[in-house]
Design a protein around this ligand. Structure first.
Ligand code: BTN
Length: 308
């Protein structure tokens, strides 16, 4: 019914009832349920129904993903965590939510997941070794940075390992979780949280100065469906291509990085903080930090700039 409403400017109740072999009352009930899902449908007396607005929600049929079968897409208005739900699924799959009650962040933190943001988990089984796993988060941050630059003209950058930053504030975070044996990955969950149509004021006090949203940067609300669709298609395509061309993703990451060439401190490590100059990443995504004449490889932790 939705497809027919989208195709025609105005469609009569009679036409809909004939098309679906249902009564006019049943047509009206379907129209009401579409309205309760956020679709704005005008009823024009003597003429029929007119779809006037599609809601800003991540309904799978609105994303129309060509790269993933719709039976593998799970949508929730509210969920505890899309990554947690994804852990029960067989790849390939996708989990989308409008809000999360206990969004998981890196380093056991919580991810604020209020309405207006984008929360998704992509479930894949890539043909790569465990050591190359962090590269999947690089693939994802590169894809998002490109889309933010191309479609919204934002000066998006990547802070190691995979925070997407705009004007030195965090706009998106990526949490990659994997399961399997050392020599074989069973599945990888790529969880992505994007601050999209919220305002900074919707966030807890302690985060307000550290984060930003697309809406606050652009002063308009974006079409979240479009961003989500572009991102998922680009990430999945890149993951499938990765085996053929692993260097290209590392080079793109280097190009968009705001960490390389800076004096940094990495906190949150088991063996204490690491300080030095961030000089490169290796082909497993580890950050190479140079101090005096030695190089240290860092695989986790939180980077901040060292101020002299
Ligand atoms: C970070 O701390 O930077 C990573 C944040 C990742 C948040 C996303 S939101 C969708 C997915 N589900 C979760 O519970 N977490 C990730």
């Amino acid at each position: 019914m939705l497809m027919m409403l989208k195709k025609k400017e105005v469609i009569s109740g009679e036409e809909l009832s004939k098309e679906f072999l249902i009564s006019r009352t049943a047509v009206w009930k379907n129209i009401q349920s579409l309205q309760s899902m956020g679709y704005e449908i005008e009823s024009i007396s003597g003429k029929g129904y007119r779809l006037t607005k599609i809601p800003d929600l991540l309904y799978p049929w609105e994303l129309d993903l060509k790269i993933l079968d719709s039976s593998k897409i799970y949508y929730f208005e509210k969920i505890d965590s899309t990554n947690r739900y994804a852990s029960r699924l067989t790849p390939p799959a996708l989990v989308l939510a409008e809000r999360q009650e206990v969004g998981k962040g890196r380093l056991s933190r919580q991810w604020t997941s209020n309405a207006g943001g984008i929360y998704c988990s992509i479930v894949v089984k890539p043909e790569i070794d465990f050591v190359k796993l962090p590269v999947l988060s690089l693939v994802t941050s590169v894809a998002l940075v490109e889309i933010l630059r191309e479609s919204y003209n934002l000066n998006a950058e990547i802070k190691w390992p995979n925070d997407v930053m705009v004007n030195n504030r965090k706009l998106s975070g990526i949490l990659v979780e994997a399961s399997g044996e050392l020599d074989e990955i069973n599945k990888v969950i790529i969880g992505i949280g994007i601050n999209a149509n919220q305002s900074r004021d919707d966030f807890p006090k302690e985060l307000k100065n550290k984060i930003t949203t697309i809406k606050d940067e652009k002063a308009y609300k974006i079409d979240r469906k479009e961003l989500t669709k572009n991102l998922i298609e680009r990430v999945l395509k890149r993951i499938y291509d990765f085996k053929e061309n692993p260097d290209s993703i590392l080079n793109l990451w280097r190009k968009y990085s705001c960490t390389l060439g800076k004096d940094v401190i990495i906190k949150g490590l088991k063996d204490g903080d690491v300080e030095g100059m961030a000089v490169d990443i290796d082909d497993s995504g580890a950050l190479i930090v140079k101090k005096d004449n030695s190089e240290i490889k860092v695989t986790s932790g939180d980077v901040s700039l060292r101020l002299n």
